[in-house]
Design a binder for this molecule. Structure first.
Ligand code: PEP
Length: 253
Protein backbone atom coordinates (compact mmCIF):
# COMPACT_ATOMS: atom_id res chain seq x y z
CA UNK A 1 0.00 0.00 0.00
CA UNK A 2 1.23 3.49 -0.85
CA UNK A 3 1.86 6.12 1.81
CA UNK A 4 -0.66 8.95 1.78
CA UNK A 5 1.19 12.21 2.27
CA UNK A 6 0.08 15.78 2.84
CA UNK A 7 3.02 18.18 2.69
CA UNK A 8 2.89 21.90 3.44
CA UNK A 9 5.38 24.10 1.60
CA UNK A 10 5.64 27.34 3.56
CA UNK A 11 8.08 28.86 1.04
CA UNK A 12 9.62 32.14 2.33
CA UNK A 13 6.84 32.93 4.79
CA UNK A 14 6.40 33.29 8.57
CA UNK A 15 8.60 34.64 11.33
CA UNK A 16 9.86 32.17 13.95
CA UNK A 17 6.98 32.95 16.35
CA UNK A 18 4.43 32.59 13.59
CA UNK A 19 6.00 29.32 12.43
CA UNK A 20 5.87 27.87 15.94
CA UNK A 21 2.25 28.98 16.39
CA UNK A 22 1.23 27.48 13.05
CA UNK A 23 2.94 24.18 13.87
CA UNK A 24 1.36 23.95 17.33
CA UNK A 25 -2.09 24.63 15.93
CA UNK A 26 -1.73 22.03 13.16
CA UNK A 27 -0.35 19.42 15.55
CA UNK A 28 -3.16 20.02 18.07
CA UNK A 29 -5.89 19.83 15.47
CA UNK A 30 -4.51 17.10 13.22
CA UNK A 31 -2.31 14.72 15.14
CA UNK A 32 -5.10 12.24 15.88
CA UNK A 33 -6.23 12.34 12.25
CA UNK A 34 -3.08 10.82 10.77
CA UNK A 35 -3.16 7.04 10.51
CA UNK A 36 -0.14 4.77 10.20
CA UNK A 37 -0.10 4.63 6.42
CA UNK A 38 -0.10 8.43 6.26
CA UNK A 39 2.34 11.28 6.78
CA UNK A 40 2.16 15.01 7.30
CA UNK A 41 5.34 16.77 6.18
CA UNK A 42 5.94 20.41 7.08
CA UNK A 43 8.43 22.30 4.89
CA UNK A 44 9.41 25.43 6.82
CA UNK A 45 12.25 27.76 5.89
CA UNK A 46 15.52 25.95 6.72
CA UNK A 47 16.23 28.38 9.55
CA UNK A 48 13.33 26.91 11.54
CA UNK A 49 13.81 23.18 10.85
CA UNK A 50 15.31 22.24 14.23
CA UNK A 51 12.72 24.27 16.14
CA UNK A 52 9.79 22.80 14.22
CA UNK A 53 11.21 19.30 14.79
CA UNK A 54 10.76 19.89 18.54
CA UNK A 55 7.16 20.95 18.11
CA UNK A 56 6.23 17.82 16.12
CA UNK A 57 8.20 15.42 18.33
CA UNK A 58 5.05 14.04 19.99
CA UNK A 59 3.03 13.82 16.81
CA UNK A 60 3.48 10.39 15.25
CA UNK A 61 3.68 10.46 11.46
CA UNK A 62 4.65 14.13 11.30
CA UNK A 63 8.00 15.05 9.73
CA UNK A 64 9.82 18.08 8.40
CA UNK A 65 11.32 18.60 4.96
CA UNK A 66 13.84 21.13 3.75
CA UNK A 67 12.69 23.21 0.77
CA UNK A 68 15.98 22.81 -1.07
CA UNK A 69 19.53 21.52 -0.75
CA UNK A 70 22.80 22.12 -2.57
CA UNK A 71 24.11 19.69 -5.15
CA UNK A 72 27.54 20.19 -3.51
CA UNK A 73 28.60 18.54 -0.26
CA UNK A 74 30.62 21.39 1.30
CA UNK A 75 32.86 24.32 0.48
CA UNK A 76 32.74 27.92 -0.66
CA UNK A 77 29.06 28.17 -1.62
CA UNK A 78 27.82 31.08 0.47
CA UNK A 79 24.22 30.77 1.59
CA UNK A 80 23.77 27.16 0.52
CA UNK A 81 22.70 24.22 2.70
CA UNK A 82 24.14 20.75 2.12
CA UNK A 83 22.79 17.22 2.46
CA UNK A 84 25.28 16.38 5.27
CA UNK A 85 24.05 19.45 7.19
CA UNK A 86 20.42 18.37 6.84
CA UNK A 87 21.33 14.81 7.77
CA UNK A 88 23.18 16.05 10.86
CA UNK A 89 19.95 17.55 12.23
CA UNK A 90 17.84 14.51 11.36
CA UNK A 91 15.93 15.84 8.35
CA UNK A 92 14.47 12.96 6.35
CA UNK A 93 12.83 14.71 3.38
CA UNK A 94 13.70 17.48 0.96
CA UNK A 95 11.79 19.20 -1.84
CA UNK A 96 13.77 19.00 -5.06
CA UNK A 97 12.92 20.76 -8.30
CA UNK A 98 10.08 22.99 -7.17
CA UNK A 99 9.02 25.10 -10.16
CA UNK A 100 10.06 28.28 -8.32
CA UNK A 101 13.59 26.88 -8.00
CA UNK A 102 13.57 25.90 -11.66
CA UNK A 103 12.25 29.31 -12.71
CA UNK A 104 14.09 31.77 -10.43
CA UNK A 105 17.29 29.82 -9.77
CA UNK A 106 17.68 28.17 -13.19
CA UNK A 107 17.71 24.64 -11.82
CA UNK A 108 17.95 22.20 -14.70
CA UNK A 109 16.96 18.54 -14.90
CA UNK A 110 20.66 17.60 -14.80
CA UNK A 111 21.33 19.70 -11.70
CA UNK A 112 18.27 18.21 -10.03
CA UNK A 113 19.58 14.71 -10.77
CA UNK A 114 22.69 15.66 -8.75
CA UNK A 115 20.55 16.98 -5.90
CA UNK A 116 18.57 13.73 -5.89
CA UNK A 117 21.85 11.80 -5.67
CA UNK A 118 23.26 13.76 -2.74
CA UNK A 119 19.95 13.57 -0.88
CA UNK A 120 19.68 9.79 -1.25
CA UNK A 121 23.34 9.33 -0.33
CA UNK A 122 22.52 11.01 3.00
CA UNK A 123 19.31 9.13 3.77
CA UNK A 124 17.08 12.03 2.80
CA UNK A 125 14.06 11.18 0.66
CA UNK A 126 13.55 13.53 -2.28
CA UNK A 127 10.07 14.91 -2.88
CA UNK A 128 10.70 15.47 -6.56
CA UNK A 129 8.55 18.20 -8.11
CA UNK A 130 7.63 18.26 -11.78
CA UNK A 131 5.01 19.92 -13.94
CA UNK A 132 4.29 21.83 -17.11
CA UNK A 133 3.59 25.53 -17.79
CA UNK A 134 0.29 26.73 -19.25
CA UNK A 135 1.98 27.31 -22.59
CA UNK A 136 3.32 23.75 -22.61
CA UNK A 137 -0.11 22.38 -21.71
CA UNK A 138 -1.67 24.29 -24.60
CA UNK A 139 1.01 23.83 -27.27
CA UNK A 140 3.03 20.74 -26.53
CA UNK A 141 2.87 17.13 -25.53
CA UNK A 142 2.49 18.13 -21.88
CA UNK A 143 2.52 14.56 -20.61
CA UNK A 144 5.70 13.87 -22.57
CA UNK A 145 7.26 17.03 -21.13
CA UNK A 146 6.67 15.96 -17.52
CA UNK A 147 7.71 12.36 -18.22
CA UNK A 148 10.96 13.74 -19.59
CA UNK A 149 11.59 15.74 -16.39
CA UNK A 150 11.35 12.44 -14.52
CA UNK A 151 13.48 10.58 -17.04
CA UNK A 152 16.28 13.15 -16.90
CA UNK A 153 16.35 13.67 -13.13
CA UNK A 154 15.38 10.25 -11.74
CA UNK A 155 15.86 7.43 -14.22
CA UNK A 156 19.55 6.99 -13.47
CA UNK A 157 18.51 5.67 -10.03
CA UNK A 158 18.35 1.99 -9.16
CA UNK A 159 14.95 0.49 -8.36
CA UNK A 160 16.03 0.34 -4.72
CA UNK A 161 16.81 4.06 -4.69
CA UNK A 162 13.59 4.87 -6.51
CA UNK A 163 11.62 3.32 -3.64
CA UNK A 164 12.70 6.27 -1.45
CA UNK A 165 11.52 8.95 -3.88
CA UNK A 166 8.18 10.75 -3.61
CA UNK A 167 6.93 12.53 -6.73
CA UNK A 168 4.88 15.73 -6.66
CA UNK A 169 3.10 16.67 -9.88
CA UNK A 170 2.58 20.42 -9.79
CA UNK A 171 1.30 22.06 -12.97
CA UNK A 172 2.91 25.51 -12.92
CA UNK A 173 -0.30 27.13 -14.11
CA UNK A 174 -2.01 25.94 -10.93
CA UNK A 175 0.64 27.03 -8.40
CA UNK A 176 -0.41 30.05 -6.39
CA UNK A 177 -2.96 31.03 -9.04
CA UNK A 178 -6.14 29.69 -7.47
CA UNK A 179 -6.56 27.52 -10.60
CA UNK A 180 -6.61 23.90 -9.48
CA UNK A 181 -6.25 21.13 -12.04
CA UNK A 182 -9.49 19.20 -12.15
CA UNK A 183 -9.41 15.75 -10.59
CA UNK A 184 -9.58 14.33 -14.15
CA UNK A 185 -6.64 16.42 -15.37
CA UNK A 186 -4.54 15.48 -12.35
CA UNK A 187 -5.49 11.80 -12.49
CA UNK A 188 -4.60 11.67 -16.21
CA UNK A 189 -1.08 12.90 -15.47
CA UNK A 190 -0.62 10.78 -12.33
CA UNK A 191 -1.64 7.62 -14.17
CA UNK A 192 0.74 8.49 -17.02
CA UNK A 193 3.62 9.07 -14.59
CA UNK A 194 2.92 5.82 -12.77
CA UNK A 195 2.92 3.97 -16.11
CA UNK A 196 6.22 5.70 -16.94
CA UNK A 197 7.68 4.43 -13.64
CA UNK A 198 6.34 0.95 -14.38
CA UNK A 199 8.01 0.92 -17.81
CA UNK A 200 11.36 1.69 -16.22
CA UNK A 201 11.20 -0.02 -12.82
CA UNK A 202 8.34 -2.52 -13.06
CA UNK A 203 4.83 -2.51 -11.66
CA UNK A 204 5.79 -3.14 -8.05
CA UNK A 205 7.97 -0.04 -7.68
CA UNK A 206 5.43 2.05 -9.61
CA UNK A 207 2.59 0.86 -7.40
CA UNK A 208 4.39 1.76 -4.19
CA UNK A 209 5.58 5.22 -5.28
CA UNK A 210 3.55 8.05 -3.73
CA UNK A 211 2.62 10.67 -6.33
CA UNK A 212 1.29 13.88 -4.80
CA UNK A 213 -0.68 16.59 -6.55
CA UNK A 214 0.19 20.27 -5.98
CA UNK A 215 -1.35 23.46 -7.30
CA UNK A 216 -3.81 25.58 -5.30
CA UNK A 217 -5.04 22.60 -3.27
CA UNK A 218 -7.67 23.82 -0.79
CA UNK A 219 -9.99 22.26 1.76
CA UNK A 220 -12.69 22.43 -0.92
CA UNK A 221 -10.72 20.75 -3.73
CA UNK A 222 -8.76 18.19 -1.70
CA UNK A 223 -11.45 15.51 -1.16
CA UNK A 224 -12.12 14.96 -4.87
CA UNK A 225 -8.46 15.16 -5.85
CA UNK A 226 -7.34 12.76 -3.12
CA UNK A 227 -10.10 10.28 -3.96
CA UNK A 228 -8.57 9.74 -7.42
CA UNK A 229 -6.92 6.36 -7.90
CA UNK A 230 -3.38 7.59 -8.56
CA UNK A 231 -3.31 10.70 -6.36
CA UNK A 232 -1.67 9.85 -3.05
CA UNK A 233 -2.01 13.20 -1.30
CA UNK A 234 -0.91 16.74 -1.89
CA UNK A 235 1.89 19.28 -1.80
CA UNK A 236 0.17 22.39 -0.53
CA UNK A 237 1.49 25.95 -0.67
CA UNK A 238 -0.80 28.85 0.28
CA UNK A 239 -3.36 26.75 2.16
CA UNK A 240 -0.65 25.20 4.35
CA UNK A 241 -0.10 28.60 5.98
CA UNK A 242 -3.58 28.48 7.55
CA UNK A 243 -3.85 25.89 10.31
CA UNK A 244 -7.58 25.21 10.03
CA UNK A 245 -7.58 24.89 6.24
CA UNK A 246 -4.46 22.70 6.25
CA UNK A 247 -6.01 20.45 8.89
CA UNK A 248 -9.08 20.03 6.69
CA UNK A 249 -6.78 19.02 3.82
CA UNK A 250 -5.01 16.52 6.09
CA UNK A 251 -8.39 15.03 7.00
CA UNK A 252 -9.27 14.69 3.30
CA UNK A 253 -6.34 12.43 2.46
C1 PEP B 1 3.51 24.82 -4.10
O1 PEP B 1 4.17 25.83 -4.01
O2 PEP B 1 4.07 23.72 -4.08
C2 PEP B 1 2.07 24.97 -4.27
C3 PEP B 1 1.40 23.93 -4.68
O3 PEP B 1 1.53 26.20 -3.97
P1 PEP B 1 -0.03 26.56 -3.95
O4 PEP B 1 -0.74 25.48 -3.17
O5 PEP B 1 -0.10 27.88 -3.25
O6 PEP B 1 -0.51 26.61 -5.35
Amino acid sequence: MRNKIVAGNWKMNKTMDEAVALTSEIVNMAKDEVSNDAKVILCPPALYLTTIQKYIADAPNFAVAAQNLSDKLSGAFTGEISAPMLQSIGVKYVLIGHSERRQYFNETNAMLAEKVNVALAHDIAPIFCCGESLEQRQNEDYIGFVKNQITESLFHLSAEQMRSVVIAYEPIWAIGTGLTASAEQAQEMHAALRAHLADKYGAEVAEQTSILYGGSVSAASAPELFASADIDGGLVGGASLKSREFTEIIKAR
